[in-house]
Structure formats: structure tokens, C-alpha cells
Design a protein around this ligand. Structure first.
Ligand SMILES: *Cc1c(COP(=O)(O)O)cnc(C)c1O
Length: 362
């Protein structure tokens, strides 16, 4: 037996690393990235500023300026604290580590964000996935039953949900929060693409936290996530946060971006408009079912047995989307398409039309 096999925890040996496909030279519509860059003048000012940074020094461990600016642009009241993470992925990991008593459980509706399960596993927690209904609504009865049975320490509710793109009923969300003796985290990764927000739940419940990220508004490369909530919770998480988790380039670039937040808002507004156009164009493709979306992606269902073919067909035309078929029973024949620029969306739609037409000819 090799030393690796002997020493590494079995559940980690059983994992496969988060798959990131090679996308070189492809039109990337797979990862909910913002397709836009900044105007040349903004880029220049930013690059000038980066030059002046003392990268031989450790960054501000509190990233206080970033927090202040996040508070402003996101409208977070001073009643609540903010903790920053190297992406919200890191915050999910902090939460899991903090709550990982022996036998502790994380619960989330499924299909959902895959990192909840992966992080539960590598932090040594049990994971319970509760299926959504066939139309991707919360199954309130199943959720309440599972909560009662497993008494999860931590529940994740992504709103809008990834990969389904929809919002759930506010009353179901409240009954789940009220039934939970553990912590409930509302993951608002897609907050820029919906009018719904759950900040008011912080006033109402002492066991709710709200998580957000700058990744989906156009700063995925910087890795900056945040969690907002009552001081009692965040003080504990703060103890296990690594002191310099937000590096100096990210701090300075985030500040710059937040000071020019209008630039990002124009882009997300445009994406919201183009989402509608894209959905209408997709609905017109024969055999394609299009689900409602409050995010910067659209979930679609291809004709039975076709998802993989359509995904590969697009790939051979240099367009990368996400094939979800085979991931979860409820995602049979499903594909997820990130909203791009209107030109990119048109390219995708014509390519899909071609593929769909040639399929029906055979
Ligand atoms: C993308 C995503 C995240 C992770 O965002 P990062 O800040 O880039 O780590 C978290 N939750 C959901 C639901 C997401 O889709």
C-alpha cells in the first residue's frame, strides 16, 4: 500500500477535483462570467494605480476600505458585519470548518451549487441533498422532513439557484428557516441579475446570514466574496479566516472597481436585457424547453437523449456551455447557457439552430 493511499483520508481519495474544462480559443458561455471588459481609459487608470502598490508588504488583514466600499454599493446597514473571502467558495469552507463538530450535517436542495457538497465532504461533514420538485421549486414537505430527521447544523439556499436560475417562494424559505435549529445561509451569488434580495431576513432571524460575490458581476478573476450578518456569527468565523486571505492586488482592484461600480451596473443591466432576448430566441428552437431565469444564465432542456450531442455539437463549433445531463436525475437532458454579449448570444443561437435542424433531418 502506498503511503498516499494509507495517509490521505478515504473520502478525499474518493473525490475527483472540481472539473474545469479547457476553453482555450472557445466562446466561453459555461461559467457565468461577465463577457465585458472595461473601457480603455478605465483600464489605464487601473494599471497606473497597480504600479504603485507595495507588493513586498502584507496586505491590510481587515481589508477595511474594501468592506466600507462594499457596504456602500450593496446597501448593507451598519447593524451588520461583513466578512470577506477569497471568493464565496472560501466562505463556504469557513462556515463548514466552523460547524464541523463530529457528526455535523450540511443540507441543501438539489440540484444546487456543487461546492456545498464538495466542501462538506472535505471538511468531514455529512451532506444531505433534498431534491427540488420537477419544476425546480422547493419541496417544502421534503425539506421540513429532512430538517427534522437530520437536524442540519448548516443549510444553504441559493437565491437565485444555480443551476436552475429560479427564485423560490418566500414563504417556503421562511418555513425552512423557522424549522431549522442550525444556521441558514442565503447564497445571493446572482443578486446583480434579480430584483429580489433577502437582506431583511437578517432583521427577522438571528440564525440567517447572507452571502454574495463579485464574481458574477465581472470580477471573477479577482476572487472576492462576502458574507453579511450579525456580529456574534461573524466574530467566530473571523477567528478561522486566514489573516491575509484578500491579497493586495485584489484589495486595490476591488476598490477601483467599486469606485467605478456604475460601469459594472451598466454591464449587468445590459445582460438582463439580453437574457430576455436570448430566452425568446431559445424558445423558438424546436424541441427546446427554456426555464425561467433570474440569473445571468439560462437552463434549457434538449429533446430526450440529445443534450450531450448538442453540447458536443456546440463544442465542435468552438462554443462552450455546460452539459448538466447525467449530473442529477432532475437535470436529465439539461444544458446551462451563460448569457454573453448580444453578438455571442446570436452566435450560440444560430449554432444551436443548425444543430437542432440537422438532428431532425437524420
Ligand atoms: C458561482 C457561485 C458561487 C461562488 O462564487 P465565487 O465567489 O466565485 O467563489 C457561490 N454560490 C453560487 C450559487 C454560485 O453560483
Amino acid at each position: 500500500m502506498s503511503r498516499v493511499k494509507k495517509l490521505i483520508r478515504q473520502e478525499i481519495q474518493d473525490l475527483s477535483a472540481y472539473p474545469v474544462p479547457n476553453s482555450e480559443g472557445m466562446l466561453k458561455l459555461d461559467a457565468m462570467e461577465n463577457p465585458y471588459t472595461w473601457p480603455a481609459i478605465a483600464k489605464e487608470t487601473w494599471a497606473e494605480m497597480l504600479k504603485t502598490l507595495p507588493i513586498n508588504r502584507y496586505p491590510d488583514p481587515q481589508a477595511q476600505h474594501v468592506k466600507d466600499e462594499m457596504r456602500k454599493v450593496m446597501g448593507i446597514s451598519d447593524d451588520y458585519d461583513i466578512l470577506l473571502g477569497n471568493g464565496s467558495d472560501e466562505i463556504i469552507q469557513l462556515l463548514a470548518m466552523a460547524l464541523a463538530k463530529p457528526g455535523a450535517t450540511i443540507l441543501a436542495p438539489e440540484p444546487g451549487f456543487v461546492m456545498y457538497k464538495m466542501i462538506a465532504t472535505f471538511c468531514g461533514l455529512n451532506y444531505i441533498g433534498v431534491p427540488l420538485t420537477a419544476d425546480f421549486e422547493l419541496d417544502e414537505v421534503a425539506m421540513l422532513t429532512a430538517i427534522n430527521e437530520h437536524q442540519p447544523e448548516l443549510i444553504f439556499l441559493a437565491q437565485p439557484n444555480n443551476p436552475t436560475g429560479n427564485l423560490w417562494s418566500a414563504t417556503s424559505i421562511k418555513s425552512i428557516i423557522e424549522a431549522s435549529e442550525g444556521l441558514v445561509v442565503i447564497d445571493e451569488a446572482y443578486t446583480a441579475f434579480t430584483d429580489a434580495d433577502h437582506l431583511e431576513l437578517l432583521n427577522e432571524y438571528e440564525h440567517v446570514l447572507i452571502m454574495r460575490t463579485l464574481s458574477k458581476v465581472g470580477l471573477a478573476g479577482l476572487r472576492l466574496g462576502m458574507i453579511v450578518g450579525r456580529r456574534e456569527w461573524l466574530d467566530e468565523l473571523e477567528k478561522i479566516r486566514l489573516p491575509y486571505n484578500i491579497n493586495i492586488l485584489t484589495q486595490a482592484s476591488t476598490l477601483f472597481a467599486l469606485e467605478h461600480y456604475d460601469m459594472l451596473l451598466v454591464q449587468t443591466e445590459q445582460l438582463r436585457v439580453d437574457r430576455l432576448v436570448l430566452m425568446n430566441d431559445l424558445v423558438a428552437i424546436k424541441g427546446l424547453q427554456v426555464f425561467p431565469s433570474e440569473a445571468n444564465f439560462v437552463l434549457v432542456r434538449a429533446p430526450q437523449g440529445m443534450a450531450r450531442n448538442w453540447f458536443e455539437g456546440l463544442k465542435s463549433k468552438n462554443i462552450l456551455i455546460k452539459c448538466l445531463d447525467g449530473g442529477h436525475d432532475l437535470l436529465k437532458d439539461c444544458l446551462r447557457i451563460t448569457v454573453g454579449t448580444s453578438e455571442q448570444n446570436s452566435l450560440l443561437v444560430s449554432a444551436l439552430k443548425e444543430i437542432a435542424t440537422s438532428e431532425t433531418l437524420h
